[in-house]
Design a binder for this molecule. Sequence first.
Ligand code: GLN
Length: 488
Amino acid sequence: MPSQAPSAASYVQKPATLAELREAVVCGRTRAADLAARYYGRIEQLNPALNVYLSLTRERAMEQADRVDRAAAKGDPLGPLAGIPVGVKDVLVTKASASTAGSRILAGYEPPYDATAVTRLEAAGAVLLGKLNCDEFAMGGSNENSAYGPVHNPHDLDRVPGGSSGGSAAAVAADLAVATLGTDTGGSIRQPASFCGVVGVLPTYGRVSRYGLIAFASSLDRVGPLAANVRDAATLLGIMAGHDPHDATCSTAPVPDYAAESDRSAEGLRIGVPAEYFAEGLDSEVRAAVEKGIDALRGSGCTVQPVSLPSTPHAVPVYYLIATAEASANLARFDGVRYGHRSADSATLADMYRHSRDEGFGPEVKRRILLGTYALSAGYYDAYYRKAQQVRRLLAEEFLRAFAQVDAIVTPTAPTPAFKLGEKVDDPVAMYLADIYTVTASLAGICGVNVPCGKTAAGLPVGMQVLAAHFNESTAFRIARAVEAAGL
Ligand code: GLN
């Protein structure tokens, strides 16, 4: 904590909207360089207590800001993110600057290229302030698995910001960036967005390029934006989305103007509410807030009806089999030879691999490599991995059937508000079970948005999850806008 720590209330701050800030830069009222400097000032003041940024990219930011200011002065056309200060989760690589994935094993690693999502934001004029803290290799739901210390929730410094994109969510909540990039494999954008009271988007699988994303579980990993309001998040998605020849899993489907789509009224849209997401284990204040959100949707002219997603109780075990199996394969590449940490004292090559991995990986990453390797091993593959794939299919089909009847499904994003730092660290199963409402959309490949929908009596944010069918982000944005407009 800094010696003169600001009061808790002053950590949370809403930024001006992206459109307002851009307008100020374009017409020369605000210099992009001054805006970036202002954000760096706030980071200097608040980051020691929040631990949101792992590294700053000052030189790169100031060069980009100057480019924007020179173009503005000449009256050249400027991109849709001209001068907008952004932060990026440290699992996305950035050329010649630290990219750690929150792991000791990647300490000192400076990649030779930029992730496509980062390239696209910068091409649109965004100013990259730095790289954001996260759970190691995006494995976790509280940011406590970062090798570089936990992030503190700006709403209550004793609480977790959620994870794994905890830095990305807390940075937006504390206005240490106007918008950020996160990644979501089983809830890592939506759940921290919910805990920090910001908007977070899980795009459809294949909507956004993953080139330059340090892989966790490749059939689930997605890159998406976080922002202080729905329209800003939609604007970012429109810029990031679309085909990338560097990523064979990235869709060629045309990219709608999401920001404009989000302006359309939600009137007449059909909302499904699955009873399975309002069952035992849901905090009563979260339930009450989400129900108010649903009432607000009725008030905006949506129709609300029950839908059934009966396989929901199987989603957590299925997710933790598939995600760990894929992680065990993806993380084989960290061997002390090609990237980051290499153990100093090894007599043989095998020892060097062993020691580098032992010293470089934290306990949760090791646990997952062990679980995943076990699930894939001969004799267990059919019982665990293949079975999990079959249930995954069932879950996806249930969503498709539901989307034949309704335009979107709304649920709580997480069963509780932000919990206390340290509360669940010693109980991995409790931590895994808290992912119950987010892993389903991850397994099904569909899209979703977390939108804030009120607070608990103690002032902690509650989030509503709006899920829509594959490539139907526009509908999720329209509904999220209606919830946001209710000002709950
Ligand atoms: N909390 C989940 C996990 O620990 C989700 C992580 C993520 O989406 N990256 O795997």
